[in-house]
Design a protein around this ligand. Structure first.
Ligand code: ARG
Length: 298
């Protein structure tokens, strides 16, 4: 079912009507040996050039990596690159898919910032080694698309949530919907502090989403509430300063989240989730946290 939902009233399906998707079992991570803030391409990076404590950043990343292993995920680690200080945020360079017959595909990103464009071929190599069919966007038509920073799979269902406005243009979703034969619900982002969809929407399980409401339009919120029966709202401090909505719930039960998101964590526990807190303070200086420091793969 290929289509792009641009208005909430176009949602003519329920979750139970959507095809099931397997839950990914692998996690791709990029070693942060070269992680740094060397330029400013989002508001969170302002004032942080040269401000990264490399040892602390490495320790924070290792704890997170080990937590995926403890949950039973296979961790595929690749080295960083000295020219690309943001490559550790490996949610951004691609959007993978698995079809009903088990074919693996990936759409490679067209990064918004010139500073990050060179990361994409390195991530592409991982997919080539893992027998994915590689799809490149026609860059003369589609000028910006930042992978799973903006295009997020619904949990366990053949449905993509497609953010646009800062790093991705909306026209790309028609193409992605056709390529993956998957419906896309488009969501406009309206606050530059929440420049990627993964900074304001975290899909926790089939029914539950964690959001920062002010990052969306009114109709965007309607779309979210039409599909998710349980919507947890983060407050401004936890969403903006602690990146609460950049959490991840890779198995639909265990939530990995920046430490200190007290109100969100209470709500998560009330909804039956198990909360695991991580310090990602060094990465917050670059405008990223738990979700975007990995890519889930089949
Ligand atoms: N400094 C990086 C950038 O601005 C951070 C990316 C974080 N990724 C994310 N999906 N939120 O591109």
């Amino acid at each position: 079912m290929a289509k792009v939902i641009t208005h909430s009233e176009q949602i003519d399906f329920t979750l139970s009507e959507l095809e099931e998707m397997p839950i990914p079992g692998k996690v791709l991570v990029v070693n942060p040996e070269h992680f740094d803030v060397k330029y400013v391409i989002n508001p969170h990076m302002e004032g942080h050039i040269g401000d990264i404590n490399k040892d602390v950043a490495m320790k924070e990343w290792i704890r997170l990596k080990e937590a995926y292993q403890k949950l039973g995920f296979y961790v595929h680690e690749v080295p960083g690159h000295p020219d690309f200080p943001d490559m550790v945020f490996c949610a951004n360079q691609s959007l993978p898919n698995i079809t009903a017959d088990g074919t693996k595909q990936v759409v490679m990103s067209v990064m918004h910032a010139p500073e990050r464009k060179g990361e994409v071929p390195f991530i592409q190599e991982v997919y080539e080694e893992s027998s994915y069919d590689i799809v490149h966007l026609d860059e003369s038509k589609f000028t910006e698309f930042e992978g799973m920073g903006d295009a997020i799979w619904h949990f366990g269902k053949r449905l993509i949530w497609g953010g646009y406005g800062y790093r991705t243009t909306s026209d790309v979703y028609e193409h992605i919907s056709n390529t993956f034969n998957t419906p896309v619900i488009a969501l406009e982002l309206v606050d530059e502090k929440f420049y990627h969809l993964d900074t304001c929407l975290c899909i926790l399980n089939t029914e539950t989403a964690l959001i920062y409401p002010k990052a969306f339009t009114e109709d965007g919120l309607k779309k979210i509430r039409t599909i998710f029966s349980n919507v947890i709202e983060a407050n401004q401090h936890e969403a903006e300063e602690l990146f609460a909505c950049n959490a991840t719930c890779p198995d639909g039960k265990n939530v990995f989240i920046q430490e200190g998101c007290t109100m969100v964590n209470d709500a998560l526990v009330r909804s039956g989730f198990e909360v695991h807190q991580f310090d990602t303070a060094e990465y917050l200086k670059s405008g990223g946290s738990v979700f975007c420091m990995k890519m889930l793969l089949w």
